[in-house]
Design a protein around this ligand. Sequence first.
Ligand SMILES: *Cc1c(COP(=O)(O)O)cnc(C)c1O
Length: 466
Amino acid sequence: MRYISTRGQAPATDFTGVLLAGLAPDGGLYVPESWPHFVAADWRALRGLPYAELAARVMRPFVGDTIPFATLQRLCGEAYGGFAHPAVAPLVQLDANLWAQELFHGPTLAFKDMAMQLLGRLFDHVLTEQDARVTIVGATSGDTGSAAIEACAGRERVDIVILHPHNRTSEVQRRQMTTVMDANVSNLAVEGTFDDCQDLVKAMFADAPFRREMQLSAVNSINWARVAAQIPYYVASALALGAPDREVAFSVPTGNFGNVLAAWAARRMGLPISRLVIGSNRNNILSRFLTDNDMSMQPVEPSLSPSMDIQVSSNFERLLFELLEHDGAATAAVMTRFRAEGRMPVSDAAWGRATALFRAFTLDDPGTLAEIRRLHDAAGYLADPHSAIGIAAARAHGVAGVPMVAMATAHPAKFPDAMEQATGVRPALPKHLADLYDRAERFTVVPADVATIQGHVRGLARRNHG
Ligand SMILES: *Cc1c(COP(=O)(O)O)cnc(C)c1O
């Protein structure tokens, strides 16, 4: 399997190249050159497998021959063996035709663990094989950072620097990052928004000498390996609900477009998915795009679902590349104009290809609290604010007769204030995190300035390996 850049100006590479590089050197995102296709018999053969085995088989074509299949199976077994639920990503029925798929049973209680637990192990394996090391830099609006740190802390061949927007993550989210004391972990609290953090990471990658000097690598959701590791849970729930002999639909609370892109990828591989619903909070650039072909940037507003407080969904570029029929030059031109003018020019033909499959739904904070309360009253279910938006979106855009699965992306205990406000119930943290509020924290507040942050990255690398 070869990967090409959405901007058409980078050499093709293989899975390990994509894993280690994150962003392509031309500023684009890697996508498969051609898509694997599973026929009905291939899907049926996956029914009933333990999650880790299913994940290895679904990812196999994307990994190609870069990692032996037995190794991939072992790494998946280790990654998902540490989850708190034996089904890894269980389905919970909420209504006659509506399910929640819980993606939050990993160590940091959010769906990011589904990919990151495997990614940390893939990095370790590949870097050991190549006798190399990397510095991972990433931007987080909350959950990516803790999942990445949890996956990389103490690993010998990796330093990790995570940028989060100062005072814009929940306390649980911040503490899950800042209480990890391993010497290879550094947390920078940036005076700015998540989009500023993301831009700073992009600027560090664009600085070619710095990128080489530090062996920079990314684990935020632009890394294709993360998208690939998110495909299996869509396959697992679709099979459980009757695929490939029956269509399914998914609803995904969306920020950077990474999670829903994995659902799209599953469909591209032949899984019969009839609809994908995108849930947004008030930061609803994707909703405006799908409703009015209006992809225009607006300032980020903080909300009860901080992992979706995003105005530029970086993974959207991969869908755009598809909508533009794999024309890298056209994709690059659209992205350049988007950056310059704040509005993405998408032709009606390309937009129509998107609206044929996707629907969008926006829920503000009061609506989110009302949905959390409604779910608690009706089904005794505690959905965190992100998951509640996905479930409300599923309800708004369900397809008659088609099972609808809403992705539950965070454990309710990550957002205890919102849960208590909505239901009167303050969910307890699971045992392994019970003392989180008593642990010491370590982080540095920095201005949104790339040179300052590069200095911190250099400092960490120097401390750890001369
Ligand atoms: C990251 C995250 C999202 C958004 O996922 P994307 O892949 O960025 O669209 C939604 N909910 C939670 C809890 C998250 O951590």
